[in-house]
Design a protein around this ligand. Sequence first.
Ligand code: C2E
Ligand code: CA
Ligand code: CA
Ligand code: CA
Length: 279
Amino acid sequence: AKDNGRNCSQFFTRGIDDTLQERIGLENALHHALKQQQFQLYYQPQVDVSSNKMIGAEALIRWIHPEKGIIPPDAFIPLAEETGLIVDIGRWVLESACQQLRAWTDQGMDGFVVSVNLSALQVQQPDFVSDVCQIIKRCGIQPERLDLELTESMIMRNAEETIKTLKQLSEQGLQISIDDFGTGYSSLSYLKRFPLDKLKIDRSFVNDITNDPDDAMICRTIISMAHNLNLKVIAEGVETNEQQALMRSYGCELYQGYLFSRPVPASEIPALRERSFEV
Ligand code: C2E
Ligand code: CA
Ligand code: CA
Ligand code: CA
């Protein structure tokens, strides 16, 4: 029995060392990736079904690893958040999205909106607002064309500070959206204190909307309350015609999901902008 105990603890120690080493390895690799410009933004169309046109796109980061290929954000964003590296990565994302928007505007894509994901730590930086304003100014883009996505849990964690920050950004004309809406615990009446433009209904609800009456009811309720509060609603993760039709019958106007398009490299966006997304 004694031996077993020792083996057991040796096993655990080695296990922890391995993970620690993996983490340190990944952390170093992330630093390197930022310096070597191995990150790239993909863009996923956001479609307005009243016109069947793409009105904007969400920027989604990818790590183009020289050996491993394309690494999705879920594999490195959490560690970047833990280590604080997300602040630098997030700044790169904003800068890069704004430069892209500038280029698209020069190509004649008027009114196009780019949505960018933010992290809690990034928003908590004391110079976050001035950073954003500087980037916008430097790229010469209209603030209304930039949409910042924050999750519900992110703003609830540090509500008073976040309200202040978002108010400043909103006064500058930027759009603010709540991502993954419905997964947190906030009430819409509470959210009314935030300067919001749009709610993004989490894809876990949209996914099951045609099978699960509870999810259908949640979507319906979010849409009607959001409209009463003068907020736009976008459904994320829309994969089927049935999901789209049901959401549409509830009054949802904006859509993002594989049904319309996967996230694509920036170079593919101008052609999609011309397309009609009739489904
Ligand atoms: P998110 O903000 O909820 O982004 C939507 C995710 O859903 C994307 O995954 C997108 O590819 C995926 N998706 C879109 N349509 C569909 C669909 O129809 N079906 C399904 N099953 N999935 C769909 P992705 O690109 O892997 O990003 C995952 C998460 O990583 C994002 O979730 C976001 O939280 C985070 N992320 C991505 N880019 C950034 C970034 O630049 N900064 C920060 N802080 N986080 C980012
Ligand atoms: Ca998002
Ligand atoms: Ca989301
Ligand atoms: Ca989600």
